[in-house]
Design a protein around this ligand. Structure first.
Ligand SMILES: [Zn+2]
Ligand SMILES: [Zn+2]
Ligand SMILES: [Zn+2]
Length: 286
């Protein structure tokens, strides 16, 4: 399985759209790995996970033809993961001759409701929405589905939307756990996941808070993690026998907030703890 990180930033990106802070100005000055678009990954050139406002430019810069996209998996309904207004461009005459008949969107049940209520689309009759050839598939916690060649297990995330999901994605050979966006898993969720006897070959962790402790700052229900929380989560996975030997841990979804520091300073700290710090364009094969 090949995982390409298209975007590795939080909702405002780095530099933040309108932000003039030290981290953001550093990113503007240095470019490269310091610049983070809104978080999303592409698995095997087949399954796109999340659809933020940078999808269009990310597809261009990573040379992916979105007219061939048949499956989209969405973690939750925040705008940086679900920029639904863009789906309007699937409608003729804005879209012709796509290789794919329809785009199957998998994710929380509220995605379809939010899409129907979107201000930019509201004045259009349902038949027009149908003309976008988008098929919504509402997922349920711990109800595994098959998407193309993948088995996908939705796991409730700890995050401030109606039904946010982390996903276990397996192609039959390798298994990845994509924790995005999420704080520490609730104990009942962790125990349910541990009882499935899965082995993760890679875990992708939310590290929005950089070196800061999200739980110390925001309490046990914090919707993101920092490095101390990621360390605890990894230790819990190890203790429960859920990590394959030498399984890489990748940190992503960085914000400029909460003790965050530039990539160049953060990456060596994370590496000392055995983590890969994601950047836009990183490819990891497992
Ligand atoms: Zn996010
Ligand atoms: Zn900033
Ligand atoms: Zn979010």
């Amino acid at each position: 399985m090949k995982i390409r990180y298209w975007g590795t930033g939080a909702s405002n990106g780095i530099p933040g759209v309108f932000c003039g802070c030290k981290v953001c100005q550093n990113a503007r000055r240095k470019g490269g790995k310091e610049v983070r678009s809104r978080a999303q990954i592409l698995i095997d050139d087949a399954l796109l996970v999340d659809f933020g406002p940078d999808t269009y430019m990310n597809a261009l810069r990573f040379n992916f033809d979105l007219s061939r996209l048949t499956s989209l998996l969405v973690t939750h309904s925040h705008l940086d993961h679900y920029y639904m207004t863009e789906l309007f461009n699937r409608k003729p005459p804005f879209c012709r001759d796509t290789a794919a008949d329809a785009l199957a969107v998998y994710g929380p049940p509220e995605l379809e409701r939010f899409f129907d209520a979107d201000d930019a689309l509201r004045h259009r009759p349902p038949s027009d929405i149908k003309g976008m050839h988008v098929i919504f598939n509402a997922l349920k916690p711990f109800k595994q589905v098959r998407i193309g060649g993948y088995r996908v297990l939705p796991v409730p995330a700890t995050h401030a939307t109606e039904s946010p999901f982390c996903y276990v994605v397996s192609d039959g050979k390798s298994t990845v756990f994509y924790m995005e966006d999420s704080g520490l898993l609730r104990p009942d969720v962790f125990n349910a996941l541990a009882s499935l006897n899965l082995k993760f070959d890679l875990v992708s962790y939310d590290c929005a808070l950089g070196t800061s402790d999200a739980v110390a700052l925001f309490g046990i229900g914090a919707g993101h993690m920092g490095l101390p929380n990621v360390l605890k989560t990894r230790a819990d996975f190890i203790n429960a026998g859920m990590l394959a030997p030498a399984a890489p841990g990748v940190l992503t979804h960085f914000s400029h907030d909460g003790g965050n520091i530039p990539y160049a300073e953060f990456a060596p700290i994370a590496l000392r703890e055995g983590f890969i710090t994601a950047y836009d364009g990183l490819t990891v094969s497992i």
